[in-house]
Write a protein that binds this ligand. Structure first.
Ligand code: HEC
Length: 154
């Protein structure tokens, strides 16, 4: 009778072991697959100090903001979304998440000059706009990005 018990527990231990090994395997495959889908976030994007210091020469008036809103609708909403939350319809098709302009951290850490430099030069799926839009248009868009940040707080 004692011998039987021993064999029982041997089998129990063995099947448990197999289960654990299998489970770890499945988890491992799952994790590898998940990594393949969600690319790791890109390194922080930092504008050069010189560019950050440049002051915005375009005042934010009703006219310049209205002009910027049209530019934003035509060129940026696709990825950055209607309210600038980074949730435009095109955002789903690219691996890097478009910047969320309603993020208070983004608004606080980036200068006007930095935003201007980034939209001029682009990175990865973010297009470079310096040849598509004039300097004035890009500065207007900087003001509009600030407005999106303020609107989100209301
Ligand atoms: C095809 C999608 C796409 C379009 C269209 C697009 N963007 Fe972007 N944008 C991105 C992505 C993605 C990032 C993040 C890039 C990164 O971090 O590498 C980004 C980042 C930015 C940033 C940097 C924010 C920060 O401080 O990190 C600014 C500014 C910006 N976009 C402005 C614009 C403006 C203005 C337009 C329209 C004229 C525009 N973008 C159109 C995808 C897009």
């Amino acid at each position: 009778m004692i011998g039987f018990d021993k064999r029982d527990s041997f089998w129990l231990a063995r099947s448990l072991g197999v289960c654990v090994a299998l489970g770890m395997c499945i988890l491992g495959i799952g994790r590898a697959a998940a990594q393949d889908v969600a690319a790791p976030p890109p390194p922080p994007w930092v504008a050069p100090d010189d560019a950050k210091k440049v002051k915005n020469p375009v005042p934010a008036t009703q006219e310049t903001l209205a002009a910027a809103e049209m530019l934003f609708q035509d060129n940026c909403v696709l990825c950055h979304g209607e309210k600038g939350m980074g949730d435009g319809p095109g955002a789903k098709t690219i691996k890097v998440k478009p910047a969320n302009f309603t993020d208070p951290k983004l608004q606080a850490t980036e200068t006007d000059g930095g935003l201007f430099w980034k939209m001029s030069n682009g990175r990865g799926p973010m297009p470079a706009w310096k040849d598509e839009l004039s300097d004035k248009e890009r500065w207007e868009l900087v003001n509009y990005i600030r407005k999106l940040g303020k609107d989100a707080k209301k």
